[in-house]
Design a protein around this ligand. Structure first.
Ligand code: COA
Length: 259
């Protein structure tokens, strides 16, 4: 169905694999458009409860935007490229109503690091490498990297990484809070699926609201506290809240319906 992606639905988790391994899974126009489409599917298809984004092969998650498409862009073309990516992919991932996590299986550079950072959280293989090398090309990150990296690892480290263009290894990325877990490559996908199975057993409406609230906190939105109060109240009006509290009192496991 897709030319540049592989998709597989496994127990409610859609595994989205960017599949251009001979080009380090670089994000060309087709990948961006197809990611946009598959994310629409994640939003609208009730059978999809969660998603994993990963890269094909053992070398790269995504080694950035496709540099071969940069030469003709110019000022307006550059802006349009960044704006289109934000709308079709990066903001859509961040604001997804279901958990979307990155399983980073190798180089995660430039737009690849930005793609991972747009996800709700990240896990990585031991061989993963992260960086924003745009400065080497006379560019800055354009798919949200200046904003999300600063949110995730703080101003000083973000400044250093983006100004030097240095790559960091998975362990350092973990120490900085950029990734949550580091595993052998062979165990990466299984771990991502295991985490998402655990989340899928929780109340889906509450999970959606956690995503909204935490995103607002990360963006420093003034209304974050007020919105948390509002959404906390909304949870009390769900069947799942009744089920969750009743199950606790009856000493049984809750079965949530997402209502
Ligand atoms: N855009 C387009 N093509 C890319 C690419 C990108 N961002 N990253 C890698 N490729 C291509 C290479 O051009 C090469 O293609 P070829 O076989 O047709 O020559 C192929 O992928 C393999 O990459 P190669 O550089 O030979 O592999 P390597 O193991 O020596 O190095 C990297 C791997 C990731 C360190 C290196 O490819 C790299 O630095 N990529 C660019 C990273 C970057 O600057 N990203 C930010 C873009 S804004």
């Amino acid at each position: 169905m897709y030319q540049t992606l592989l998709t597989e639905l496994d127990n409610g988790t859609l595994v989205i694999t960017i599949n251009r391994p001979d080009k380090m899974n670089a994000l060309n126009k087709d990948v961006i458009e197809e990611l946009g489409k598959v994310l629409d599917e994640v939003y609208s298809n009730a059978e999809i409860k969660a998603a994993i984004i990963t890269g094909a092969g053992e070398k790269a998650f995504v080694a950035g935007a496709d540099i071969t498409e940069f030469s003709e862009l110019g000022h307006d073309g550059g802006m349009a490229l960044a704006a289109k990516g934000a709308k079709l992919v990066f903001d859509k991932i961040e604001n997804a109503p279901k958990p979307v996590i990155a399983a980073v299986n190798g180089f995660s550079l430039g737009g690849g690091c930005e793609l991972a950072m747009a996800c709700h959280f990240r896990i990585a293989s031991e061989n993963a490498k992260f960086g924003q090398p745009e400065v080497n090309l006379g560019l800055i990150p354009g798919y949200g990297g200046t904003q999300r990296m600063t949110q995730l690892i703080g101003k000083s480290k973000a400044m250093e990484l983006m100004m030097t263009g240095d790559m960091i290894a998975a362990d350092e990325a973990k120490a900085l809070g950029l990734v949550n877990h580091v595993l052998p490559l062979a165990e990466l996908l299984a771990k991502a699926k295991e985490i998402l199975q655990k989340i899928q057993a929780k109340a889906p409406v509450a999970v959606s609201k956690i995503i909204l609230c935490v995103n607002e906190a990360a963006r420093g939105e003034k209304e974050g506290f007020a919105n948390e109060i509002k959404r906390f109240g909304e949870c009390f009006a769900t069947e799942d809240m009744v089920e969750g509290t009743t199950a606790f009192l009856e000493k049984r496991k809750a079965i949530f319906k997402g209502k």
